[in-house]
Design a protein around this ligand. Structure first.
Ligand SMILES: CC(C)(COP(=O)(O)OP(=O)(O)OC[C@H]1O[C@@H](n2cnc3c(N)ncnc32)[C@H](O)[C@@H]1OP(=O)(O)O)[C@@H](O)C(=O)NCCC(=O)NCCS
Length: 315
């Protein structure tokens, strides 16, 4: 697997430790032996540890909300505060990257500055009975991204509940490339996650990230139970050796050896294609997979090939 030094060439912001992972977890949910399952040296800096049940940490939580609200606001999926508390902090594990205030670029400061948020009409501070956002320079660490995973009743399986990064609020040239990708990678590594499920909308840029943590099985292609029915539900066995392909944009030969294209495609603009595959899944004709390399090559609205194990294709 790519060494930390090579990763730093791709994502220089990670090197100094002034921007480093954080873990925002109630003490009872602390992970035993963090990072013991997956071998990687991508996260050499000790994470910033914060307790979400400690009221003094409210400013850290408020900053997370401020990013999340604006990242998900346009798709009408901003997370209500009670969801964060009831469905993330209490049962789960919250992680991401945080920066020392001095490490923030002018563009990043502008986006995280409380007075600017008021000017953009953010609900943060308005809906809260708690103090408005703290000035960036009064904070020890400023969160830049958020990844939430929740353990399920199925042993070894966690659900990725939320992923967002400040990059989605910045122009391309000001982004910390890889921030969203590495936030989820860190969370999976630190929490020793074996199997990760999740949900995202067809056509979302997030699919370019989610497909790189392990071979991505489509366990649902259409979800009328969700508020956005054009949602993919996926599951992946976490394979740390695949992660570097996100940065190297290399073909995954192991995937090609095991899986081949089926006759199914998903067209993010055609709900029919999602319903058709969902019927196949429900009829137990799977498993069905997506190719990370193909998703990386394609525009968000292009059709995606559905893959199947070669053994199933030949039978
Ligand atoms: C989706 C999201 C988490 C990605 O995080 P990020 O920090 O922007 O992404 P990273 O820097 O880790 O990765 C960059 C890669 O993601 C992909 N990507 C990110 N935004 C993209 C966009 N708008 N269009 C196309 N590709 C995009 C590209 O592959 C890009 O790599 P490239 O620049 O080499 O082409 C972030 O954009 C976000 O918070 N979006 C809003 C909330 C959301 O939709 N979350 C996902 C819900 S499951």
């Amino acid at each position: 697997m790519m060494k930390f030094e090579s990763l730093c060439e791709k994502v220089p912001w990670i090197e100094s430790g002034d921007i480093r992972p954080y873990v925002f977890v109630r003490p009872e949910n602390q992970i035993q032996n963090p990072g013991a399952r997956h071998r990687t040296n991508w996260f050499p800096h000790a994470p910033v540890l914060k307790n979400p049940l400690d009221v003094k940490q409210i400013h850290f939580a408020d900053q997370i909300y401020a990013i999340e609200e604006r990242a998900f606001g346009p798709s009408n999926m901003a997370m209500p505060r009670w969801v964060f508390y009831d469905c993330a902090v209490m049962p789960g594990f919250v992680a991401g990257f945080a920066a020392k205030p001095k490490a923030l670029s002018a563009a990043c400061r502008k986006v995280l500055d409380p007075s600017l948020m008021k000017a953009t009409g953010s609900a943060v501070g308005k809906t809260s009975h708690l103090p408005a956002l703290q000035s960036i320079d009064e904070m020890d660490w400023v969160p830049l991204s958020l990844f939430i995973i929740i353990p399920t009743m199925h042993k070894g399986e966690w659900v990725a509940h939320n992923l967002c990064s400040v990059n989605s609020l910045l122009p391309k040239e000001e982004q910390l490339h890889g921030l969203g990708f590495l936030s989820k990678a860190f969370g999976l590594w630190y929490a020793n996650v074996e199997q990760c499920s999740g949900m995202t909308q067809w056509g979302s840029p997030a699919l370019k990230l989610h497909s790189h943590y392990g071979w991505l099985e489509v366990i649902g292609s259409y979800a009328p139970v969700h508020s956005h029915r054009q949602t993919i539900t996926y599951r992946a066995e976490v394979k740390v050796d695949l992660w570097e392909k996100f940065f190297l944009k290399e073909q995954d030969l192991g995937f090609l050896e095991n899986y081949g294209p089926s006759s199914f495609e998903i067209d993010p603009k055609q709900e029919d294609s999602m319903v058709r595959l969902q019927k196949e899944i429900e009829a137990d004709k799977g498993p069905f997979y997506l190719s990370a390399h193909e998703i990386a090559q394609k525009k968000l609205d292009e059709k995606l090939t559905i893959y199947q194990p070669k053994s199933a294709l030949n039978s």
